[in-house]
Design a binder for this molecule. Sequence first.
Ligand code: FMN
Length: 234
Amino acid sequence: MKSFAPKPWVVPQPVLIIGTYNKEGVANAMNAAWAGQWDMKEIIISMGNHVTTDNLKLGGEFTVAFATKKTMVASDFVGIVSAKNDPKKMEKTGWNIKKANMVNAPVFTDFPMTLECRIKEKYDESETGYYLVAEIVNILVDEKYLAEDGNPDMEKMELIVFDPIHHSYIQLGEKASCRVRDKVSRVIRYNESRSESVHVFLGPVEERAVIEIPCRDIAEHEVCPGVQVGCEFV
Ligand SMILES: Cc1cc2nc3c(=O)[nH]c(=O)nc-3n(C[C@H](O)[C@H](O)[C@H](O)COP(=O)(O)O)c2cc1C
């Protein structure tokens, strides 16, 4: 194995578009990759010193959109050009903008999913920035990107992630596994015999592997796409 000196190489990194208003109510956007989930309803972002940072002083409310294949070029653009240097920054993205439902911040409707957030805490604040923890107060999802179960469908969104090693963007691919529970959920729901365990068959009938799973643990088990799953209570 080759050794490397420490680098910011947690991979992949999200491509978050942070939307804010300035004091005149003009929308701005920046790109943030050093960010993630902090708690159940909270996110963390490592914020440098940007126009966005000035805007956040006004009320601490902002939006977070998840960049996609379609929005990639403009998402990169808002990450390399500051509104300080280009007053037409947002016009150049071509994005459609409306006000968020629950916070005073812009929603870029070209993105499938947007979090509405409010700053809760700032850590290590200095002239160069801070780490912010923000509460997610609402989540907006374009109906086109909902799965059959009514929840957001990440595959439909064609999300991109950031590669901090080669400074490039990578499009997320297909689902690599799914929970056995989802494949056999109908059967589990109708567990009329109230069995403790279930035999799960993986693969075609003639060569199927059988695993025995306690019913209460079935949510933990995963299978690859394409694998046939059947089950029978024991
Ligand atoms: C891929 C990428 C990731 C970035 N991640 C961050 C980040 O996590 N935190 C940050 O403060 N700036 C980050 N930046 C830089 C800001 O997006 C950039 O300075 C932006 O132009 C600021 O815009 P503004 O001054 O109009 O607010 C990133 C830029 C790119 C291209």
